[in-house]
Write a protein that binds this ligand. Structure first.
Ligand code: PMP
Length: 351
């Protein structure tokens, strides 16, 4: 810390991202990437974008991409906002749509970026414990004076809250924004985009990092009422008016135009998730029911941190959170079948 730092920076507790090791011989199951890789059509589109036109600035509004996303989800172009990954979209949401004086609500076990943005923007928050089955209880969110945010499926639990219960939270807080972070929804969840036309206070956020396997390109988006989108545009234009570069815009658009590949890769992940769950259970693990591209599992006889270290020694990286209630769990990203086999084999030697 230096005397030149601002008081705000001195107090920041930054997000700690999962490790991104360079070693090729590691089985990397720690940051919920999709092992199938981007659509071949998206790769071709990105390569085609690498030409002399890079001397020109990109479209600051990503109009074509927004239109593609709007048609895909059956909404209007003015109901879509895009940003550099959903983390950037979330930053704009926290800055532009949450009340600062009243606490926003989010689950105690949830995406650890939310408290970071609260700290950065001085937003009060109240964490709501998950129930005994690690589920979100909508009754806990019916009086949210500052707004609500939660992932659905939740991370890192993988548990999904059915849409009628999401709608209950949205309907109970008509004067506050309810944000549903659907980073993992395509792996068997149901999207709340279906509800946006009925609820002007609902904002749904998604990403191309998971189901569309473009984590390296950084593309995320929000869908909601045009007035919510307008607030995000104002914030964006106050920070950085070129959120997506030309290559990302081209790749994201092509990814949405390759439905066959998208379905195949999501179905592949889902089938492997169900197999890994069954095999972990056969090894004695408790596995929370997951609708995401990862599973959250604990062993009654073995500590989470010990298992994580033992896996690492065998070349398999998973995520462990040193936090109350979940320190005995491992969060395991679903990889290719052979990667999952390596994980199961390594665990089999330890439990
Ligand atoms: N929301 C949740 C719940 C996540 O787990 C992640 C990924 N870490 C994100 C948002 C951000 O994803 P990205 O910025 O790659 O779109």
């Amino acid at each position: 810390m230096s005397k030149y730092w601002s008081p705000v920076v001195k107090d920041l507790v930054p997000y700690v991202p999962g490790e991104q090791p360079k070693l090729d011989n590691l089985v990397k199951l720690n940051t919920n990437e999709n092992p199938y890789g981007p659509s071949p059509r998206a790769l071709v589109a990105m390569q085609a974008a690498l030409d002399d036109s890079l001397k020109l600035y990109p479209d600051p509004e990503s109009v074509e991409l927004k239109q593609t996303i709007a048609s895909y989800y059956g909404v209007r172009g003015d109901q879509v906002f895009v940003g550099n990954g959903s983390d950037e979209v979330l930053a704009h949401v926290f800055f532009g749509l949450f009340q600062q004086d009243e606490p926003i609500l989010f689950p105690d076990i949830s995406y650890s970026f939310y408290p970071v943005y609260c700290g950065l923007y001085g937003i009060a928050s109240r964490v709501v414990p998950l129930n005994d089955r690690f589920e979100i209880d909508p009754a806990d969110y019916e009086q949210a004076n500052g707004g609500v945010i939660f992932p659905n499926p939740n991370a890192p639990t993988g548990r999904f809250l059915p849409l009628d219960q999401v709608e209950r939270v949205v309907s109970a807080n008509p004067d506050r924004v309810v944000v549903i972070d659907e980073a993992y929804v395509d792996f068997g969840g149901e999207s709340a985009v279906a509800l946006v036309d009925r609820h002007p206070n609902l904002l749904v956020i998604q990403t191309l990092s998971k189901s569309r396997s473009l984590a390296g390109m950084r593309v995320g988006f929000a869908i909601g009422d045009s007035e919510l989108i307008e607030a995000l545009q104002r914030v964006k234009n106050s920070f950085n008016s070129y959120p997506l570069d030309r290559v990302a815009q081209a790749g994201a658009q092509a990814a949405f135009e390759d439905e066959t590949y998208f379905r195949q890769s999501c179905d592949g992940v889902i089938a492997e998730r169900d197999r890994v769950t069954a095999e972990l259970e056969a090894l004695g693990f408790d596995v929370l029911p997951s609708r995401a591209n990862f599973v959250f599992a604990r062993h009654p006889l073995h500590r989470g941190d010990v298992l994580m270290t033992g896996l690492r020694e065998q070349g398999v990286i998973v995520r462990h959170f040193n936090k109350p209630r979940i320190s005995e769990f491992l969060r395991i990203t679903i990889g290719m079948p052979e990667q999952n086999d390596a994980l199961l084999c390594a665990l089999g030697k330890m439990v």
